[in-house]
Ligand binder design. Sequence first.
Ligand code: NAP
Length: 276
Amino acid sequence: MSSVPVAVVTGSNKGIGLAIVQALCKQFQGDVYLTARDPGRGQEAVAKLQGEGLRVLFHQLDIDDLQSIRALRDFLKQKYGGLNVLINNAGIAFKVHDTTPFAIQAEVTLKTNFFGTRNVCTELLPLMKPYGRVVNVSSMVSSSALRGCSQELQQKFRSDTITEDELVELMTKFVEDVKKGVHDKEGWPNTAYGVSKIGVTVLSRIQARMLNEKRKGDHILLNACCPGWVRTDMAGPKATKSPEEGAETPVYLALLPSGADGPHGQFLSDKTVRTW
Ligand code: NAP
């Protein structure tokens, strides 16, 4: 078994994920895994970084596929006996003008951004080694979507006692309410992406609390963040930040020094803790 520290970035064959891997290859003292759902696209990205003289490793990972997540989990367990850095970056967004019915957009978006990310956490968080760092890439859109929720929902999502099961129930309810055509009446905002990222931010707050309760002595720090508005296939060419700039906050959180006792359980953008 290797004692070399290991970092994994989900959805890193392009965009912000690729820029995060690139930065980690330069700054993280250990093995860095670029992961992709499509091995062909993944290997192409690996070749690009290798062409820049960087040392990078590859593992397949589709966060929609529990078998794929578990294969990565078993590989990390066997080869490294755990994991030091996990960046949950993989995500999807329908374009504003996409004509796919909202009910399908809601189901598909929540499936990857919330349920997929949660499944990765369920399988990989138990592997985190002491002083591990976990970064869940959310979005400022989670904050604006939160403000678009009913007072009752806002209170639930801001609660310091909400459980993971309760959050899963709420995310499931959003998809069902959209399908029934009652999401507006039930206090939800009109954005599937926004609700999925509320899920990611609240999940991070819950997971940080659980780490405090169950693994306090392990000094693991877990946070959610927004990379900013970044020029990628998702956000388009008009966005203000380059992928490298978008990677800065996630990489900062991934490399918090071992002496740091925070941030933890926070939502950050531009390396700054934001009020949830
Ligand atoms: P992107 O260029 O579209 O890249 C998304 C990445 O996620 C791709 O590598 C994609 O793989 C991967 N992915 C999607 N579904 C996956 C799955 N089921 N399993 C594994 N990988 C999957 O988007 P981006 O702008 O870099 O976004 C990265 C993250 O930042 C996302 O979580 C996004 O919500 C968040 N974010 C972005 C912005 C922005 O302005 N760009 C702002 C706020 C937050 P494929 O190539 O196979 O599709």
